[in-house]
Design a protein around this ligand. Structure first.
Ligand SMILES: Nc1nc2c(c(=O)[nH]1)N[C@H]1C(S)=C(S)[C@@H](COP(=O)(O)O)O[C@H]1N2
Ligand SMILES: [Mo]
Length: 435
C-alpha cells in the first residue's frame, strides 16, 4: 500500500506539462504505462488511503458466509443495475407507438445488450408465430420465392456487427437552445449489435433478378405495414436478412423472427418482421418514405432517400447526468460511427474546440459499427468544454453545429450529426452547451 502510494504521487508529479497533448488538461495516455495506478489515486476515497484500509476492505461480507442464489435459465442483470434501462418515449397518448432509448451513457464497449437495444415501432410489436410466418421475394424476378423460417435457416449464415441509428436521432439538437438531457434522452435512438442471417444477395440470386429491376421495396408484418425502398446496388452489397441478434434469436421488438439489416443506412430501412421484398424499377414511394424521412432544406426543397447516416461521435462519459466527482485524472470516453465506413480518427477537445488531440480508438475498428474512443484528462477543477470530432475513412468530418445548420437548415429533424459540447462547471456539473 505504502509503496504504491509513493509511486502514485511520483506519477502525479510527472503528469505535468510534458505529457499534455492539448489545452485544458488533455494528456498522453501513455503515462499510464509508465506510472501504474496513478489513476486509482485520483478517484480513491480518503477512507481507503488510511493505514488500516487494506485489512478493512477485505472483511468477510454476508454474501461470503452462505451459498448464493440458485442457477437460472435466463440470466438477468444485478439488482443494483436497475437504472440501466431503456427510457420510454411513446407518442403522447399512445403506448405502442413511439420509441424507447438506449442508456448509452451507462454502457461501455461497443455492443448493445439485446434488452437495451432501442426500439422504434410505428404500430407496436406484432406477436409473430415463427411457424406461420412467411417471407416472399417477388416482383421483377425470374422465380418468386416463399421462405419459412426453417427454410431460411438452412442457408449459409453471415455475421455483421453494425449500428442502427434512427434518422430522427438527435432531432432536439436542431432547437435554438441546448436541451438539458442525458445522452440517452436525446441521442439514445442508436444501438449496435452482431447480426447473423442470410445475405439478401444470395436470396436475390436464387430468385433471378430481372435486369430492369433497380430498386426493391421491403415490407414488415406489423399493423403499420411499414415499408421502405432500397436501391438494388445496396441490397446486393451488404444487406442481411437477420435471424440472430448478439447470438440469440432476434427480440420481438427488434424484428422477430426476421428483419433487414442495411449497414450504415438510416434506421427505418432496417425493416423489421420482414414479410416481403418486391423488386421494382424505381422506388415505391410508400407512405413511410413520402410522409417522413425527407430532409426539407431552408429553401423549401426536400432531399429524398438520404440513406447513409453521417459521420458522428459523442462523449458519453462524462456527460449530462454524470457529474465529475473531484478534480484529478479521469478518462473521457465515447462512441463514434459512420454509415459510410470505418472511423479513421476521433479528436477530443477540453477547451471548446480551440485545441484537439487524437483519442485512442478501441480495436477492432469495424466498418459501419460503433467505435469506442478514450482520452486521458486531468480535470483541474475549473470550467471546461468537452467536445469530440470524428472523421471516417472516406474523409467525412463531423461538422460543427453552425456548419450543420448552414448546410441542412433548421426545418428538418433528420440526420443530426454535428459535434456535441459538454460544459463542465467548477462544481463538476455537466451541462449541454452550444459552443
Ligand atoms: N416493420 C417495421 N420495421 C421498422 C419499423 C417499424 O415501425 N415497423 N421502424 C423502423 C425505424 S423508424 C427504425 S429507427 C428501426 C428501429 O429498429 P429497432 O426497433 O430494432 O431499434 O426499425 C425500422 N423498421
Ligand atoms: Mo427511425
Amino acid at each position: 500500500m505504502t509503496s504504491k502510494m509513493t509511486s502514485q504521487s511520483a506519477a502525479r508529479r510527472s503528469a505535468g506539462a510534458a505529457e499534455s497533448v492539448a489545452g485544458n488538461g488533455l494528456l498522453d495516455r501513455r503515462i499510464f504505462l509508465r506510472s501504474g495506478a496513478v489513476f486509482a489515486a485520483g478517484i480513491t476515497s480518503g477512507a481507503l488511503t488510511a493505514p488500516a484500509a487494506g485489512a478493512q476492505a477485505l472483511q468477510i461480507e454476508p454474501w461470503m458466509k452462505t451459498p448464493g442464489a440458485p442457477l437460472s435459465g435466463y440470466g438477468q442483470p444485478s439488482q443494483y443495475e436497475a437504472k440501466v434501462a431503456r427510457i420510454l418515449t411513446p407518442v403522447p397518448g399512445q403506448t405502442q407507438i413511439g420509441t424507447s432509448r438506449t442508456p448509452l451513457h451507462l454502457l461501455e464497449g461497443t455492443i448493445t445488450p439485446n434488452g437495451l437495444h432501442f426500439e422504434r415501432h410505428h404500430s407496436g410489436v406484432p406477436d409473430i408465430n415463427p411457424d406461420a410466418h412467411r417471407f416472399v421475394i417477388h416482383g421483377l424476378v425470374r422465380q418468386p420465392l416463399v421462405f419459412t423460417l426453417d427454410a431460411l435457416s438452412r442457408y449459409p449464415m453471415h455475421a455483421r456487427t453494425t449500428f442502427i441509428e434512427c434518422a430522427g436521432n438527435g432531432a432536439l439538437l436542431f432547437q435554438n437552445a441546448p436541451v438539458q438531457q442525458t445522452v440517452q434522452q436525446f441521442q439514445g435512438l442508436l444501438s449496435c449489435a452482431e447480426w447473423t442471417g442470410v445475405r439478401l444477395a444470395d436470396l436475390l440470386d436464387e430468385a433471378g433478378v430481372d435486369p430492369k429491376a433497380q430498386w426493391l421495396v421491403a415490407e414488415g408484418a406489423d399493423a403499420a405495414g411499414f415499408s421502405r425502398s432500397i436501391p438494388l446496388a445496396k441490397a446486393t452489397d451488404d444487406v442481411l436478412v437477420a435471424l440472430y441478434q448478439n447470438g440469440e434469436r432476434l427480440r420481438p421488438s427488434n424484428g422477430y423472427p426476421m428483419r433487414l439489416v442495411v449497414p450504415g443506412y438510416e434506421g427505418n430501412t432496417h425493416v423489421k418482421w420482414l414479410r416481403r421484398i418486391k423488386l421494382t424499377e424505381g422506388p415505391a414511394m410508400t407512405k413511410d418514405e413520402t410522409s417522413k424521412y425527407t430532409i426539407t432544406l431552408n429553401s423549401g426543397k426536400s432531399l429524398q432517400f438520404v440513406h447513409p447516416q453521417e459521420c458522428k461521435s459523442l462523449i458519453t462519459r462524462p456527460s449530462h447526468g454524470l457529474a465529475m466527482k473531484e478534480p484529478g485524472l479521469c478518462e473521457i470516453s465515447g462512441i463514434a460511427w459512420s454509415g459510410y465506413g470505418k472511423i479513421a480518427k476521433v479528436e477530443v477537445s477540453a477547451d471548446g474546440g480551440r485545441s484537439y488531440a487524437p483519442a485512442m480508438l478501441q480495436e477492432p475498428v469495424l466498418s459501419k459499427s460503433l467505435t469506442r474512443f478514450r482520452m486521458l484528462w486531468r480535470w483541474n477543477g475549473g470550467p471546461a468544454t468537452l467536445q469530440s470530432r470524428a472523421t471516417d475513412e472516406t474523409g467525412q468530418v463531423q461538422p460543427t453545429r453552425a456548419a450543420q445548420i448552414a448546410s441542412r437548415g433548421s426545418r428538418t429533424i433528420y440526420h443530426w450529426n454535428a459535434i456535441t459540447s459538454w460544459g463542465v462547471s467548477d462544481k463538476g456539473e455537466v451541462k449541454h452547451v452550444y459552443a
